[in-house]
Design a protein around this ligand. Sequence first.
Ligand code: BGC
Length: 755
Amino acid sequence: MKYLRSICIIALLGCTLILSGCSQSERNRVPSKLIEYDAKINDIIKQLTLEEKIAMFHGKHMFTSAGIERLGISDLAYADGPFGIREELQPHSWNPLGLTTDSATFFPTGSALAATWSKELAYAYGKGLAKEARLRGKDMLLGPAINIQRIPTGGRTYEYLSEDPFLSAQLSVGYTQGAQDNGVAVCLKHYALNNQENNRGRVDVIVSPRTMREIYLPPFEAAVKEADAYGVMAAYNKVDGYWCSENDILLNQILRNEWGFKGLVISDWGGVHHTVEAALYGLDVEMPNDRFFGKALLDSVQAGVVPVSVIDDKVRNILRVRLAIEPVPEENANKIMTSQPEQSRIAYDVAVNAIVLLKNSQSLLPIDLNTYKKIAVIGGNALRTQATGGVGAGIKALYEVTPLQGLQAKVGNRAEIIFAQGYKEFNRWTGGRMGPGMSRPSPYTEADPQLLQEAVKVAKDADIVLFVAGNNREIETEGSDRTEITLPSGQDEVIKALAAANPNIVTVVVAGAPVDLNTVEANSSSIVVSWFNGTEGGNALADVLLGNISPSGKLPFTFPVKLEDSPAYALKNYPQTDAVGGDIFVELVENKNQKEAKKITPNRNTALYTEELLVGYRWFDTKGIAPLYSFGHGLSYTTFEYSGLQTGKEKYGSNKSIDVTFELKNTGEREADEVAQLYVHRIGATVEWPLKELKAFERVTLKGGESKTVTLTVPVSKLRYWDESKHQWALEHSEIELLVGSSSSDIRLTKKVSI
Ligand code: BGC
């Protein structure tokens, strides 16, 4: 097999191209505040010994790296991240310290935040996190986590934002600004292309430059250029043959030289492989220990292999962040956090705006408590908290309102609520049977007959059934991907039995990633997705189900009919096996220091990204494969009418912006938000493009009957593509169609213009 890069397919003949060296978010670039400290830092560097410098380049404890005590420069304290401030761990282990002062607000996880499609809420989220980070004495938050959701089974899909780079970028910018405006540095993670958890510490991602630039890097690029992100975490994996923690192209050339990043690059925990390469090719701090950046680095400098100028650059990168973030005085850190009303409010606002109404065919929602007097709540997830579980960062939540508690509190004595477990909650340590070849139990079991029977009895006796289904944090977890997207614990069997017992079924899906909803769809009148929705998740869910608030979340990723429909699975790019025969020739990204064309024989450590730009809805649309629920989908309790699309002009120059104006009317009676979305389709382009791509969106609040004029703006520069032959952004003159609608598959207005 000869692996053809997209550039080979691109016909450059016969089209007009404008080349330009600047990238997508050039227009909004902010100058970095970090360079203000450089004069002072130069003075400090002069006073330091080589040993003192090197002591700053590695973990001192599990989540700190050293300052310079002699000069009164504090250590840097890091905190996981990304959806709340993690509990304190022992200095040199992953075990908790067992404090009583380290509880925190559990914010809705990444995919929930993304479902709000709101940069303002992302800002509030960053602000809320920063406030608590300060209360806990932290300088840098290990978040946002902004890798693109490439595979539906990805273990950290719930932490990440979206399958779409534009949506992810907008929210990354909001989150970063919110955190850094409130005194805490962010650390964008995991840079880059850490799109799977299985084998993440070995996998080599083979990706074309165009795909990398247009799909996987934009969230990082936008947070650096538009929000001056102070920190970046190098990912565990390799990209095009080189570890991310020693990747000259990613760290030195793109991040620093092109994007102008002035902050600090830390490794993922245990993600360093070599001393000299990591030192030369962009890493500043090794976490959490000194295996490569301790004595070994000192020796390398003394042997003249690593120049002192490289060492001084690292000191500068670290001190810039240290001086920009005011240290929290020790006496103020780790004060008991009891209630945090401001952060609870933010968590609630995000949660309630994240909930997605997938279906409401019989208008069972909102639940009319005058009609439905007896409500069956069925499913272990109604009782389950989701702040912790599985591997990786969890939150010792100050409190977490479960779906059942939220409903009980908001329904009060207006109706009777009866609960049944319905299915056995999966627990990786105690539950489930071992799957074939699996090292841990599988959540994909049959239903528990006794729990099923009890649930059917409760359902029969009720006026309406709320089936609280989905995954939990044991199933969606760092360190491993799911083996399938089936609902766990025999939930499909349970819902079939419930639907046979009672026609009024509302299914609530608790999950941070796509699940197979075919059976749920066939057996429920209404379906909502309520995510891993944080401290206030249960209250937010009850408010939506009872109609106190109209749902307004939109899916940040596609729900496929079946796993094999999704791109990496369809092309057998994932899961990787040893059986992928043949050689591929990869011309590695243009790289001054590590330039080499490689012949790669793919094996289980090689992740081929041959779906290229066709990630998520870009694939489904372009290939004409109908998903179960489309990217951007989300219904409301009211209806919206889109009309009167106008653009100022018919033709746009390369440095202009296209203002797309239309009327949005709430044609029902209830106040509600709608997220209007603008996609672009290229007509007659010679460059290959996905069928359509998201380029703008806005969340609009409308009272019943109210209309607003909405303007969505697309800078023409955002319509460029990465020209692999020229190594720069380029614009193709063509006609484009502007598509405005309520989801990627519900386009209401269109207009053609030329660029
Ligand atoms: C994760 C990071 C996390 C770090 C520290 C790693 O395993 O990939 O996201 O910040 O651990 O907990």
